[in-house]
Design a protein around this ligand. Structure first.
Ligand code: MG
Length: 174
């Protein structure tokens, strides 16, 4: 059984993951409108991954006999002038999410809730990957600067990103 404090914190995290989904969807729409379909695709895949993150927390709360509470999702920004701006904002945002995950991990330890702590390990690893992905793209956009061919090639590269369901959801029910 989850403590009330842990349950509330996990519900807050669901909201944070859904806010992330909303943020990346907004970025996707921004770049779709700007004629950058590859970047739009990358953010739309990220939108789905963030929904997976929220679902993993929802499934977990339910599996522990807790109550999922979906709260309103706050407004997200709507305008990024350059891809670099958006990926810098992505990295900054994900660093905040990492600290939220770390806080949850610390709370689980404080509460001696080892099941929750184990469940959070996937997210600890996932955040390393998410931050690294953003940093790699920041580096690439910095490298190409305002080179049109560079932007064209990178857009093609990002168009190839394909969504795959997050591992904890793929194995759910086994
Ligand atoms: Mg996330």
């Amino acid at each position: 059984m989850l403590s009330k404090k842990m349950e509330d914190a996990l519900n807050e995290q669901i909201n944070a993951e859904l806010w992330s989904a909303y943020l990346y969807l907004s970025m996707g729409m921004n770049f779709e409108a700007a004629g950058r379909p590859g970047i739009a695709n990358w953010f739309k895949v990220q939108f789905k991954e963030e929904q997976d993150h929220a679902l993993i927390f929802m499934n977990y709360i339910n599996s522990r006999g807790g109550k999922v509470v979906l709260k309103p999702i706050a407004e997200v920004p709507v305008k990024w002038d350059t891809p670099l701006d958006a990926f810098v904002a992505t990295l900054e945002h994900e660093r905040k999410v990492t600290s939220l995950i770390n806080n949850l991990f610390a709370l689980a330890e404080e509460e001696k809730d080892y099941a929750t702590r184990e469940n959070l390990k996937w997210f600890v690893t996932e955040q390393v990957e998410v931050e690294e992905n953003a940093q790699v793209l920041i580096d690439k956009f910095r490298l190409i600067g305002d080179n049109g061919m560079g932007h064209y090639m990178l857009d093609q590269e990002l168009a190839a990103r394909v969504y795959t369901v997050a591992a904890p959801l793929a194995t759910a029910g086994e």
